[in-house]
Ligand binder design. Structure first.
Ligand code: SF4
Length: 763
């Protein structure tokens, strides 16, 4: 029996015809809406007997494979009793630079349609036409070829020849994977408490194509509980692909560990981890020009071979594996990981590859969305991350600078930058004596100028692709982002304008990201949001876009109350009282640790506060070892910090860290590696403009604005920090909450059940 492969014409020709180098900086792409407009304009001129948007499908046989090749051509024209395949292409480069051989991939696409049409209608020959339209000038240029059916058939066979090794490898892998999933058993002898419930809910949600919001506490093994049923759903044919999305490297590693475990249990898979470009880049400076980077130069000439080699030999394609094969084939590791992800069953990556409108991975996902699911780990982080993704900022100084530096060099850029700068000045005048003003509507006039600037910059960059200065490129990209966000702008956004020391800033600020998150995940079969701290649940459901028919699940902690001894030290750590709180905090530490040798983490709401207490602590000359988190620690420094936490310490170790930082989430110090956690303050974000705008907005929506903007996000950090202590049934220790607000009912209600039996310390 032959193996069936569904294949789009586009995927086939793009795979076979990729060649050349990575092009960065400015890409002469025509926007989707612009492309559609041009297509429609040409198609409107078609005659009565012409057809547009014609769907094709043909069964093609190659060795053991039966391809169902599908596609939609722009037009079939009837001229002098002859049928012509018309493929319309909008281009942003000047039309005189386009000649017959500029884009072989376009011919390939048109020839596929011509072949399918000729096959269907038993024609001996076909005419193929490429219609190019320059998107600024609307100039048109056409090329035609007449091809016999034999030539077309031979062409298709050659295409399949090139594609078949990849298709065969994927097919073979799919069979092996499906078989392995059928035999796959849960990789532990028993389900832990709550684990079966969570796994069951994940499976049911996927099977029904719904979404789930799950409070899944630490200790139930939530990574494996989410992955295992999702993998089983692949085995049942419910889905093809899993995106495992995280906010932090450490959680990505936890997902890789879970996959490793399943591999040991016999799972066959292709898992690709995507590491951020600036982290995985081989070069000192991330400058992706082929003239500078040998991994960009000729990337597309080598990529198919590199992918085949990688897929033939590896299953878990983590950062190290990507780097190894990227070096071997001299391809850019970042682009390589994206290309490998196309063939991946499980893709482990940051949230932004799905949710950020600036990131391109979303385009390739479109094809396969219905059969893909999103597992969103530590989903509480997505709220603030999404706010960043759906906001955009521009500074006046960029345009003033461009209007000066392009004087005499490019009249259009200079003039449009100047007019944009003037639009900024008009807005600045509106602020009057105030430092900052906020408005419901976005600045329409500024946006009109930005559109003009963008078009001028595009023209210039198209002409001077290789000499474009960073100054122009950076501003162009910032403008693009601003325009893109303005297209999403609705009542959930606000615009604020702020005077800076020597500048003036305007920001489209997303107050409530829930709607955008919903839009971005539309079309995926299921989304599973899970975290140990989706608390308060209603707040997170609200912020993450909960809909009525979505499922929710709350699993109680599997740990006993006796494992944690909670103390409250009722000091004021409010900003105004911090100076007076330093001494009592140091005393609290001293008293609590006097008789309790061990390892402790102490979390602060800010670096400054932490450093003040740390300095005072060192003055005391206590018999403790201490380490402190520094800003911008690299991976080695982070590892060294955590490695200091060794079990059965002879001397007490105190690790000073900040709440909401790299050591307060995702860190798993099991057993005796940690004996207690101190949390200073209630984690409130710093008072500030954006938080105040959020407060006002949610208040107007009849929510508790202060809690939405400050209390809930703050207490989430407290729960995460305290959550570093108990990681298994055998762990135990103390949690010391230092703030008098913990004695207020409101804050106590936000504490987990197992923390509520606390003792109050004396000052
Ligand atoms: S290796 Fe670095 S500089 Fe080279 S293409 Fe990749 S990301 Fe760009």
């Amino acid at each position: 029996m032959q193996d069936k492969v569904k294949l789009s014409v586009r995927s086939l020709v793009e795979y076979v015809y990729r060649s050349g180098s990575i092009e960065t900086g400015f890409r002469t792409a025509v926007s989707l809406s612009e492309g559609t407009r041009i297509h429609q304009r040409i198609q409107k001129r078609y005659g009565e007997d012409d057809q547009k948007e014609v769907h094709f499908s043909a069964a093609l046989f190659y060795g053991n494979l039966e391809f169902t090749l599908e596609g939609r051509c722009d037009g079939i024209l009837l001229r002098n009793n002859e049928r012509i395949i018309d493929e319309i292409k909008s281009v942003s480069r000047p039309i005189n630079e386009i000649n017959e051989d500029t884009y072989p991939v376009h011919w390939a696409q048109a020839k596929c349609y011509a072949f399918m049409y000729a096959l269907d209608h038993h024609l001996k020959k076909m005419t193929v036409q490429l219609t190019y339209v320059q998107c600024d000038t609307n100039e048109e240029k056409r090329f035609r070829q007449i091809l016999s059916f034999e030539k077309l058939e031979q062409f298709i066979q050659e295409l399949l020849n090139s594609y078949a090794p990849y298709a065969e490898m994927k097919m073979m892998h799919k069979k092996n994977m499906m078989k392995s999933i059928q035999d796959l058993i849960f990789p532990f002898p028993n389900y832990r408490e709550g684990q079966r419930k969570f796994a069951g809910a994940v499976y049911k949600t996927i099977a029904e194509g719904k979404s789930l919001y799950a409070n899944a506490p630490t200790g139930i093994g939530k990574t494996i509980s989410a992955l295992f049923p999702a993998i089983k759903a692949i085995g049942e044919g419910e889905i093809h692909r899993i995106f495992y999305l995280t906010a932090k490297t450490i959680t990505r590693q936890a997902a890789e560990e879970a996959i490793k475990l399943l591999t040991q249990s016999g799972l066959n898979h292709k898992t690709v981890t995507i590491t951020a470009k600036d982290k995985i880049c081989f070069k000192e400076e991330t400058n992706c020009q082929k003239e500078y980077c040998e991994f960009a130069h000729g990337y597309y000439d080598r990529i198919n071979g590199a992918i085949l080699d990688l897929l033939a030999n590896e299953n878990l394609i983590d950062r190290k594996t990507v780097e190894k094969y990227a070096l071997k084939h001299r391809v850019c590791p970042f682009e390589f990981s994206l290309d490998a992800a196309y063939a991946g069953d499980f893709i482990i990556c940051d949230y932004n590859y799905i949710f950020d409108p600036r990131v391109s991975l979303r385009r390739f996902i479109e094809e396969d969305k219905k059969k893909s699911i999103l597992l969103i780990d530590e989903a509480h982080n997505l709220v603030d991350r999404a706010r960043e993704m759906y906001s955009a900022t521009l500074d006046k100084s960029s345009f003033l600078q461009l209007s000066r530096s392009y004087k005499g060099r490019d009249e259009d850029i200079q003039q449009s930058a100047k007019r944009t700068n003037q639009a900024f000045i008009a807005l600045k005048k509106k602020t009057g004596d105030q430092q900052v003003i906020a408005e419901k509507d976005y600045p329409d006039e500024l946006l009109q100028e930005l559109q003009v600037f963008s078009a001028c910059a595009e023209k210039y960059l198209t002409r001077n692709k290789y000499e474009a200065e960073d100054e122009l490129l950076d501003t162009y990209f910032a403008v693009q982002s601003f325009i893109r966000i303005s297209q999403l702008y609705d009542e959930r956004f606000i615009t604020y304008m702020q005077k800076q020391r020597n500048d003036f800033r305007i920001k489209l600020f997303c107050l409530d990201p829930s709607h955008q998150l919903n839009q971005a995940r539309k079309g995926f079969k299921s989304t599973i949001f899970f975290s140990a701290t989706l608390k308060p649940f209603n707040f997170y459901k609200d912020m993450l876009g909960f809909k009525e028919d979505d499922y929710t699940l709350s699993i109680p902690s599997p740990f006993s109350i006796e494992q944690t001894q909670v103390y409250i030290q009722p000091l004021s750590t409010r900003f105004r009282d911090r100076g007076q709180s330093i001494e009592p905090i140091v005393n609290t530490i001293k008293v609590m640790l006097k008789e309790n040798t061990g390892n402790y983490l102490i979390f602060f709401p800010s670096y400054q506060y932490m450093e003040e207490v740390y300095r005072r602590f060192l003055d005391e000359d206590l018999p403790f070892r201490s380490i402190i988190q520094r800003t911008g620690m690299d991976e080695k420094e982070r590892e060294a910090f955590l490695a200091a936490f060794v079990p059965n310490a002879e001397k007490t170790l105190l690790g000073f860290a900040v709440m909401g930082g790299i050591f307060s989430e995702g860190v798993d110090l099991q057993g005796d590696r940690i004996n207690g956690v101190f949390v200073v303050g209630v984690g409130l974000p710093q008072l500030g403009l954006e938080r105040d705008l959020m407060k006002k907005y949610f208040h107007q929506k009849d929510k508790n604005g202060y809690d939405y903007a400050y209390t809930y996000p703050g207490m989430n950090k407290v729960l995460q920090a305290g959550g570093r202590l108990i990681r298994s049934e055998t762990d135990s220790g103390i949690i010391v909450l230092i703030d008098d607000r913990y004695l207020h009912t409101k804050y106590q209600e936000l504490l987990p059940q197992e923390w509520k039996d606390f003792k109050v310390l004396k000052r």
